[in-house]
Design a protein around this ligand. Sequence first.
Ligand SMILES: O=P(O)(O)O[C@H]1O[C@H](CO)[C@@H](O)[C@H]1O
Ligand SMILES: O=c1cc[nH]c(=O)[nH]1
Length: 245
Amino acid sequence: MKQPHILCDANDVGKYVILPGDPQRVVRAAAYLEDCQEVAFNREFRTIKGYYKGVAVTITSTGIGGPSTAIAVEELIDCGAKYFIRIGSGGAIQWNIEIGDLIIATAAVREDGASKMYVLENYPAVADIQLTYRILETCSRLKYKNHCGIIRSHDSFYIDNEEEIMAFWNSKKVIASDMETATLFTLAQLRGVHAASILNNVVKYEGNVKDGINDYVENEAAAAEGEKREILLALETIYSLHHNS
Ligand SMILES: O=P(O)(O)O[C@H]1O[C@H](CO)[C@@H](O)[C@H]1O
Ligand SMILES: O=c1cc[nH]c(=O)[nH]1
């Protein structure tokens, strides 16, 4: 039976799933797969399947935010998915993180609404330790610069008191923001599947949040390189997992 939102069934989805937010990132990731085909594209949920060095991989976009991520993850689990690696974009909140650097989340502050519908706020949103460790090992083998730590997942991209919030989380040593990881981690723990999250940093501040942000710096080439790296890191991790577990 096809799932109502992702429009996939068990024949379309493998054990290993990569989760970008953006449906266009699915298309860019397809370039790294062999025998790749689009399985479905409904609303924000675009799914492709193919092989990376002979290992079956599914890639599904979650759209932006917790609600659509929860829908995608629930339906993918129903189709048989067991391992999830988010490949997102994020905004650094520590100033040593450059555009295109990879951020590997150990846990996420639950500022999302979706995970709160599942379980109390004091339940932690933590990454799967073994999967995350394998990502870190793969990252050092590929010699990709990375920052590993706690991130925060929020629900509102545009807010009035953003600098205040950034300064607060900066002081708590939280390293980046995104909008999906907390929902993914919470749900994966509750459903007994494995989840990890890699973000490509797309934001660098001019000035310092504590003294006032002057501007955001953009660097499209570095951001594109970061995206390429997070795709390859996820694929190489899956390959390593498949052959060594
Ligand atoms: O690029 P993706 O994976 O969508 O991730 C980030 O980008 C979106 C905001 O622009 C949010 O979904 C945020 O988490
Ligand atoms: O600053 C950013 C950039 C990407 N995604 C976010 O949630 N925040």
